[in-house]
Design a protein around this ligand. Structure first.
Ligand code: SF4
Length: 461
């Protein structure tokens, strides 16, 4: 018998956890269809039937239990560690699905990873705290106008820790013309509520929309970081493309629209990457839409790599997180690390971005601490909030000893610095938005569960 060949793609688990993506069953968004959205009836609205994740889900009739089972199996076969999973839910506006569907969907994910069917979601989460495959983070894609206080509380019930909202461009006039169905005000409110509930939050940005141009894209992008009402933790930059079956595919000639060329996309990206501050991570650039689903030329999916290589060649110091992560800078790595704290105002609160970096600014770990503007969740009233603790490097399983930064005590160091900052500012309690599968870790640091958060009293020293 041939030995099993492990074809591990290191990038997948390079940032410390292993992502597992599940796709929602098709359903139309309540507000209608954004002009660039493929909007299919048989596949989730924002995807095409040629996207790999969607094809896999389609073959399983979008059954979430089967999807988790098959992805877990594939990740194990590829040699990825599967003890620390980030569950990513994609496909539509999850919070608009019927409530029973939402609860059953999330419970199904926990049940499969636990290897046992629980009676309730709460029970499934309790089991997952010590299960072999733990959900240490959960991401939900959402719209800015689906982030009410109740909706945010529901996302916490599910165990979500990260929310990505479609922002595209901060311009009400363009929102109206492209049928987004929300306003800039919704982005501002969603950003504040999500941060004040401790979520890590990201924006999807779309350069090259109809009725915009390069100058306007950059001008509006500057606002994302200059105006403290926004300042997300992460970005996905998806230049607008004309996808088959989208409303745009039907009207682009009439409105005299053309997509950006690869050169134009690169120009926009160069400028955007230079504007992104230290505390923000560019998660992805370009959507992977298969060529046969595009009208006209598809933008090259290697643009990000080309832009990053060019920036490195020019020795430009790009501050965004991903380019500085240890996982992407392991050659000739110096270990002369220090901890830095960047303070900034954001959505009415105050943020402390703690990072452990070496003298080449390579990032080993980070923590986001927030003094919120106002909290609407009882269990975190009067708490300072830890919105993210992340130690970088290749993902390790829970018992493995680390060489670089995972499992070497950096997390503990960052937490104790955050506690000190909060204590010095007069906070009596600190809360962490913990993924269900990380609760045990925080218990060992003296935290106790309060609602869906891990909370610790800060004794004055
Ligand atoms: S909100 Fe997203 S899924 Fe809904 S129509 Fe717009 S792009 Fe498509």
């Amino acid at each position: 018998m041939q030995p099993e060949v492990k074809v591990k793609k290191p990038v997948r688990s390079k940032s410390g956890v292993t992502p597992l993506t599940v796709v929602l069953a098709p359903r139309r968004c309540n507000h209608g269809t954004c002009i660039y959205c493929p909007g299919g009836d048989f596949v989730p609205q924002s995807y095409t039937d040629k996207s790999p994740a969607v094809m896999r889900a389609l073959a399983l009739n979008f059954d979430v239990r089967k999807q988790v089972c098959s992805r877990l199996d594939a990740l194990i076969k590829m040699g990825h560690p599967t003890e620390k999973i980030e569950l990513i839910i994609i496909g539509g506006t999850f919070l608009q699905y019927p409530s029973d569907y939402q609860y059953d969907y999330i419970k199904g994910c926990f049940d499969v990873l636990n290897g046992v069917e629980s009676a309730t979601l709460e029970e499934a989460q309790r089991i997952n705290e010590t299960a072999e495959h733990r959900i240490v983070a959960m991401c939900i894609e959402n719209r800015p106008d689906n982030c009410s206080e109740d909706e945010i509380k529901r996302m916490r019930e599910f165990g979500a820790t990260r929310v990505e909202i479609g922002v595209q461009i901060l311009d009400d006039d363009i929102y109206k013309k492209i049928a987004r169905g929300h306003k800039v005000r919704d982005v501002i409110e969603a950003s504040q509520r999500l941060k004040d509930a401790g979520f890590k939050m990201g924006y999807h940005i779309m350069p090259g929309l109809p009725y915009s141009d390069i100058k306007k894209d950059i001008e509006k992008f500057k606002l994302v970081f200059e105006d403290e009402s926004f300042r997300p933790d992460q970005l996905k930059i998806y230049p607008c493309q004309i996808v088959d079956d989208s409303p745009l595919a039907k009207i682009y000639k009439r409105i005299n629209y053309r997509m950006y060329t690869d050169e134009e996309i690169k120009k926009v990206l160069f400028e955007m990457m230079e504007l992104v501050p230290d505390y923000c991570r560019i998660m992805r650039v370009m959507r992977e839409i298969p060529k046969e689903k595009m009208v006209g030329a598809a933008g090259s999916t290697s643009i990000r790599k080309e832009v990053e290589e060019e920036l490195r060649r020019r020795h430009e110091h790009v501050k965004e997180i991903r380019m500085r992560e240890i996982g992407f800078n392991s050659i000739g790595l110096k270990t002369d690390t220090i901890m830095k704290t960047i303070e900034y105002n954001s959505s009415g609160g105050k943020e402390f971005f703690l990072e452990v970096v070496n003298s080449d600014d390579v990032l080993f770990g980070l923590l986001r601490l927030r003094f919120p503007k106002e909290t609407f969740i009882d269990e975190i009233k009067d708490c300072a909030l830890v919105r993210e603790l992340h130690v970088y490097g290749q993902a390790l399983n829970l018992g493995e000893k680390g060489k670089d930064s995972q499992h070497t005590g950096l997390g503990k160091l960052l937490m104790s610095e955050a506690e000190k900052i909060a204590r010095d500012a007069g906070y009596k309690k600190i809360a962490v938005i913990s993924g269900v599968g990380v609760r045990e870790y925080y218990r060992r640091l003296g935290y106790e569960i309060e609602g869906t958060y891990m909370v610790k009293e800060l004794n004055q020293v």
